[in-house]
Design a binder for this molecule. Sequence first.
Ligand code: ZN
Length: 231
Amino acid sequence: MALVLFSGGQDSATCLAWALARYERVETLGFDYGQRHRIELDQRAKLREAFVAIRPDWAARLGDDHLLDLSALGAVSDTALTRAKAIEMSAKSLPNTFVPGRNLIFLAFAAALAYRRGLPRIIGGMCETDFSGYPDCRDDAIKAMQVALNIGMESRFVLETPLMWLDKAQTWALAQELGGAGLVEAIIEHSHTCYLGERGARHEWGYGCGECPACRLRADGFTKWRATAGA
Ligand code: ZN
């Protein structure tokens, strides 16, 4: 039984499929913190519906969806994700899309919910490989958080990060492996990655402005996967 951090992006959509392939009951959790790409929150229900349409055997496994209001996180952030600012690099050479400690906060709320729901596994799409400089995506940060949560909540949570050592091309390959072409198509069509919240034109890799760092990472990964998969 597992709780998946599910934002509606490519990574969390792939994590949801990964969890559904493994666990008998899977619940999903999203956060609304006033992100500019809030459009991704609208895609969550569409992805859930598409997944069970593709894999009817997953329907019995897919449990409740939870959406938590974390507007306080937006209030303490002054970043390109929550304000109408250009995406640029800060003095610490972090992109200013960085909300400080965002994943640590997400994991703390996820654990509180998982505790109440009796879900021992918490699954997130954190990834160190396509590391944009977000220190709270690092494997060590997640492992430290697991220890802190287990001590602080007297629990035995396992934090699982199936994408930690994959690049974006390998993440597309994982989706193919988990659910075939239908799952890849559902992720292309319904998952949202673009930082600017742009969903105008569909590219072969999905919707987005095509120019922001998130779109470029997704598009480059897709192109690389297609080239290596010989498709
Ligand atoms: Zn974009």
